[in-house]
Design a protein around this ligand. Structure first.
Ligand code: DAH
Length: 337
């Protein structure tokens, strides 16, 4: 049997494979189920035990040689088109390009509108301490927003939590800089909410802050009207009295959305008005807590949910879409950035 193997090795080495037919012939002769190699492996079973080792080794050498020859022939006989054979009219395979996420698009647009009037972007950490999220913003110790029901605390470090709003960045910026301060602060926030079409445990906000000498409520109103007109193309706003611990007076800003369509009636509950953000004059306690003299400076702040703005702009009815990354949802936003 060893002789036979030697012979076949020789034969394989001398075989020339020039085209695909010859390659296939070679495969049938040596490597197929009914080929020579399988025959030899069958015969191997009858080889006396004391010769098994030597014969087995040679058999493997043969098998490898046959395989190498065949694989080599495959590479060599692949059809390679010459330039004259290319058909340039055949459409190419489609390349799927990604798209920007609608939340990124909305955030960018909001930021750009404020940048045009002299605001710039500031950011802060998502894992925060109590001071920057609550105490520095004039939240009394027993305020319900501090409750475990709403806030994710870091179990091992009870003074640390996932920020529940981007207002925490205000405090950091006021600690770092003296006025004039004119910033917008986009970012992710966290609240202990069950996930539904209207709520999520993680979402995005953008906060604004303007502090200087003699900044008034009228300045706030004009700035926010400018934003609403630039972003939504809507002409009218109204400010409703509200309450936030860090602003005094505080207000909620409504946009006049109109009642032109059935959808307008539905989303405005028949009133034509839609609430889009909270705002107010920064409470003197908040300024003082961060080292800014409330006798000399005043300012306004505002905050809005980016998902809510995106849902209004693109008529998206379920918050969960933003976080599922379904390409059927994301694809239409291609080209909007
Ligand atoms: N921090 C508030 C929230 O999470 C939003 C907000 C309201 C921010 C009024 C402000 C503001 O800066 O003035 O609901």
């Amino acid at each position: 049997m060893l002789d036979q193997i030697q012979q076949l090795l020789q034969q394989i080495a001398e075989t020339e494979i020039a085209n695909t037919e010859q390659a296939e012939q070679f495969r049938l002769q040596y490597l197929s189920r009914k080929g020579l190699l399988n025959d030899l492996f069958e015969q191997f079973k009858t080889v006396p035990n004391d010769q098994k080792k030597a014969v087995g080794q040679q058999l493997n050498v043969l098998k490898q040689a046959a395989q190498a020859k065949w694989e080599g022939s495959q590479a060599a006989t692949q059809h390679v088109a010459t330039p004259s054979q290319f058909d340039f009219s055949i459409p190419s395979a489609q390349t799927l390009a990604g798209s920007h996420h609608p939340l990124s698009i909305v955030q960018r647009d909001i930021v750009q509108i404020f940048e045009r009037i002299g605001f710039h972007v500031a950011e802060g950490p998502e894992i925060e301490d109590d001071w920057h999220v609550f105490s520095g913003l004039n939240f009394p110790p027993e305020h319900p927003a501090r409750d475990m029901q709403d806030t994710f605390f870091v179990q091992t470090h009870p003074d640390f939590l996932l920020r529940t709003h981007t207002s925490s960045v205000q405090v950091r910026e006021m600690e770092k800089h003296q006025p004039p301060i004119r910033i917008v602060m986009p970012g992710r926030v966290y609240r202990n909410e069950a996930i539904s079409a209207r709520a999520h445990c993680q979402f995005h906000q953008i906060e604004g802050l303007f502090i200087d000498e003699k900044v008034s409520f009228a300045d706030m109103k004009a700035t926010l009207l400018y934003f609403v007109q630039a972003f939504f193309g809507k002409a009218e706003i109204r400010l409703r009295p509200s309450y936030f611990p860090f602003t005094e007076p505080s207000a909620e800003l409504d946009v006049y959305w109109g009642l032109n369509s059935e959808a307008d009636h539905r989303i405005t509950k028949g009133t034509g008005w839609l609430e889009i953000m909270g705002c107010g004059m920064v409470d003197p306690n908040v300024l003082a807590a961060s080292g800014i003299d409330p006798e000399k400076y005043s300012g306004f702040a505002f905050g809005m949910g980016i998902e809510r703005i995106a849902m209004l702009r693109y008529q998206i009815d379920d918050l969960r879409h933003f976080f599922e990354n379904d390409v059927r949802f994301l694809a239409p936003f291609k080209g909007l950035f």
